[in-house]
Design a protein around this ligand. Structure first.
Ligand code: MRU
Length: 394
């Protein structure tokens, strides 16, 4: 595998990291006395990938070879998703501030993956005796929509509250990661069993190994469905503006030997009309108590187009994405990102100077447009509050 670039060392020790909507402007923890003694190198430290994952035949048989979040004993190594597919660059996060920055800047992304990364950030902070309340608040504010982030932090916080020591927190973060991988494998089987052999499917954004502990949610169903011969054709939408479908999903699929075709986002309804797809399969960032589902921007219009064309719509997410404390999709905070993400491509301005943009990066597909929500606990067909309560009620 070609391994490439070296990241230019960023402004590091002088960075002021803002969080919590500007109410708090914290110096990097490197400046806090508890961790100031740690020798610092250029950050993020580049790591040239020699071998992305163990060459294990059982992994390749399941079309699953990527592990993008890797704990290194005292720091967190992340495959930098901003650089794919052109460069496979690893970054080393050496404290919770760097993990927060990696989440916020999309070096690590995808709802389960950011929860896992945050859990490792907490474990690392415990090793460094950093102030836990500040660490938890900073990580929590990194991104607002994916509830897996809050879920993982709450889980770590509960362990801290009962006096867990550093080793116990490391074990908890590892458990969060391991459980996610197991959930994905289970969801793969459950979701694939819903698909009639020979079907075509369309997916959106990236919901694969890059977005999770491994295997993926919606992409896990696609991996399982392809392996079982149920899925004959895979289409992936490019997912403007950040191109998670074009850059990341296609990279994963090519790498793991799953034939697929990229489409422009705007080709989705036309594809559905052609009869080439029987299911749209997507992940989720937060599923409300009535089944309304927040996911990458564009999901809502896919759900509408699917209903119109008689194409089924499947949401695949672990139970850590279910937020029973949020009644419906209206209550979900939708992340707004920098308009510059729309005004440029690959760092190159593509829109006339002076133009403005509105850049919500998630939307909500209402439950009535969803045919099945697949979690590791089981499948809810035609989701509603009652079915959600029966499976996830407290
Ligand atoms: O902004 P991103 O790339 O983090 O958004 C990711 C998505 O919307 C995914 O579809 C979702 O997190 C599910 S990932 C298994």
């Amino acid at each position: 595998m070609a391994a490439q670039a070296i990241l230019t060392a960023g402004k590091t020790d002088d960075v002021l990291w803002r969080f919590d909507e500007g109410r708090f402007n914290a110096r990097r923890f490197a400046d806090l006395s508890s961790v100031a003694a740690r020798p610092r190198t250029s950050v993020p430290v580049p790591y040239i990938n020699k071998q992305m994952t163990p060459s294990n035949s059982s992994i390749s048989e399941t079309h699953d070879s990527i592990r993008a979040v890797q704990w290194q004993g005292d720091h967190l190594r992340l495959l930098d998703q901003r650089r794919l597919p052109n460069e496979e660059v690893w970054i080393d996060c050496r404290d919770a501030t760097e993990v927060t920055q990696a989440i916020r800047d999309l070096a690590v992304r995808g709802a389960p993956a950011i929860g896992i990364a945050a859990a490792w950030g907490v474990a690392m902070a415990a090793q460094q005796k950093a102030p836990m309340d500040i660490v938890l608040a900073m990580l929590r504010a990194a991104r607002p929509t994916a509830v897996n982030l809050m879920w993982a932090l709450d889980r770590m916080k509960k362990r801290i509250a009962v006096g867990a020591d550093v080793d116990a927190l490391v074990r908890e973060a590892q458990a969060i990661q391991d459980e996610d991988l197991a959930a994905n494998r289970r969801m793969g089987q459950l979701g694939a069993s819903l698909i009639t052999p020979g079907s075509g499917v369309l997916t959106h954004c990236n919901t694969g190994s890059l977005a999770t502990a491994g295997y993926g949610t919606a992409l896990g169903v696609i991996r399982a469905g392809v392996a079982a011969g149920r899925i004959a054709n895979v289409y992936a939408g490019e997912t403007r503006p950040w191109q998670q479908g074009a850059r990341l999903t296609m990279w994963e699929l090519v790498r793991d030997g799953i034939p697929a075709q990229l489409i422009a986002d705007s080709a989705a309804a036309h594809l559905m009309k052609s009869g080439a797809v029987q299911w749209v399969i997507v992940g989720a960032d937060r599923i409300a108590a009535n089944g309304d589902t927040a996911n990458k921007i564009g999901t809502y219009q896919l759900a509408i187009a699917a209903k119109y064309h008689g194409v089924k719509f499947m949401v695949v997410a672990p139970s850590s994405t279910v937020d029973m404390a949020t009644g419906n999709g209206e209550e979900i905070e939708i992340e707004l990102r920098d308009p510059a993400e729309l005004l440029s491509m690959a760092g190159q301005r593509t829109v006339v100077q002076g133009a403005n943009a509105w850049n919500p990066v998630f939307d909500v597909a209402p439950a009535e447009l969803i045919d099945a929500i697949v979690t590791e606990r089981g499948v809810i067909e035609r989701p509603n509050s009652i079915a959600m309560q029966a499976m996830f009620g407290f």
